[in-house]
Unconditional design. Structure first.
Length: 396
């Protein structure tokens, strides 16, 4: 076999935390130790040699790369200190940029060099929206205690649709729309190339409903339950941070969906539904519990990451820390904005609320290119794993 190593790819892996990949001498201890690796095609040994050879196309279409949960069991037991867990993590970081669209944005979100633009872009967009809205002033104490942040983008006489909601939708919906489109595009390409690589049958396919029921839904249940995550033994405390964080995002997604429905659909028929939720509103309670779970979860992940860097000599990477910073920023600014409202501090409250909008926009907009993307790519890899073992993949 004539292997043409992709040297840029190897360099990217080294920069993203996989700098130890050359140390591997293929003893296979890691594949034996890995609690998630299956007998037929064990990982991560084969990925280590492919990474050494710079076989980019082979690795970005390898579902096993996405099935790894970066527990570190293999890294702990590797006799050469090749840190296979970190190498697989760096391959995933590369894959999110590889599949990301638009490419310049994906590239920008892959390294700390892009940070000024990554932060500057939402700051400018939201500031321009604030100027365009004509609000452009801080509220008085009376206005702040009555409306909170409901008039951040001002108010108008149109009874059926609040101006604030209009501007927030104008900022967040295109950001989320771009992220979802980019994720869909990336996952479709990944699935197609994985199927071709695995030589799966193209003619005999399940219906969409059957695919959702037999492959996607069981994968989602496994993810929510963290079943595979719990099989890892070295870093069991990672589940303690990851699980509350995931439940917090589910809680916040429910609240956001209800808020959109209430304001953008039902509010058009019953305008009295506009306005802040009462503190005793079940959705407000869910939002506050989710915010606490988010801060707790990210705190655990932060501590675990620091511990791993110290104890396992894991390299601090932009890929790992950017998501932790982003989530921390969303949680801290969200809670601080609410506390400042209760403390009746309008100027500081508005500045913190502005920063909250910036951090939320960053989380949405960069979702397909940062570590957050594992949410979609790992779920797809779970579904692909089930699919490739099914009658549809093998029947001809
Ligand atoms: S990564 Fe380490 S444990 Fe795995 S095959 Fe290479 S040397 Fe062996
Ligand atoms: S980090 Fe954990 S899940 Fe990933 S390959 Fe190593 S042992 Fe397996």
């Amino acid at each position: 076999m004539n292997v043409q190593p992709d040297l840029d790819f190897i360099r990217s892996l080294k920069e993203a935390g996989g700098d130890t990949l050359k140390k591997c001498y293929q003893c296979a201890t890691c594949s034996v130790i890995c609690p998630l690796s299956k007998d037929g095609k064990p990982f991560p040994r084969k990925e280590m040699i492919w990474a050494q050879w710079g076989m980019r196309d082979k690795l970005v279409t390898d579902p096993d790369v996405f099935l790894c949960h970066h527990c570190g069991d293999c890294t702990t037991h590797c006799p050469r200190g090749a840190k296979p867990g970190d190498v697989l993590s760096s391959i995933r970081a590369y894959a999110y940029t590889f599949y990301g669209w638009p490419k310049p944005l994906a590239k920008l979100a892959s390294s700390a060099k892009g940070l000024p633009i990554l932060i500057g872009l939402p700051v400018v967009v939201i500031f321009i929206m604030w100027l365009l809205s004509g609000a452009m002033r801080f509220p008085t104490s009376e206005e702040f205690s009555q409306y909170g942040y409901q008039r951040f983008f001002g108010t108008w006489d149109f009874y059926w649709y609040a101006k604030n909601i209009f501007f927030i939708v104008l900022i967040m919906v295109p950001s989320l729309g771009l992220a979802l489109f980019s994720s869909f595009k990336g996952i479709s390409t990944m699935w197609k190339t994985m199927s071709e690589d695995a030589g799966l049958n193209k003619e005999y396919r399940p219906s969409v409903g059957q695919f959702l029921k037999d492959y996607l839904w069981p994968s989602l249940i496994e993810i929510v339950k963290h079943s595979r995550f719990r099989e890892c033994t070295t870093n069991t405390d990672r589940v303690q941070g990851h699980l509350p964080l995931m439940l917090a995002f589910i809680g916040l997604a429910i609240v956001t969906t209800w808020s959109l429905l209430k304001n953008d659909v039902l509010g058009l028929i019953w305008p009295s539904l506009h306005g802040p939720m009462a503190i005793t509103d079940p959705f407000k309670i869910l939002a506050n519990i989710s915010a606490i779970a988010l801060l707790f979860g990210v705190g655990v992940l932060w501590a675990n990451r620091k511990k791993a860097e110290a104890e396992m000599n894991t390299q601090a990477t932009f890929y790992d820390w950017f998501l932790i910073w982003e989530i921390t920023a969303v949680g801290v600014t969200g809670v601080a904005a609410q506390l400042l409202r209760w403390a009746e501090m309008p100027v500081t409250g508005y500045i913190v609320y502005f920063l909250h909008l910036v951090s939320v926009m960053m989380l949405f907009l960069y979702l397909p290119y940062t570590k957050f993307a594992h949410l979609m790519y790992r779920t797809s890899a779970y579904a692909f794993e089930k699919y490739r073992q099914s009658v549809y993949a093998t029947n001809s």
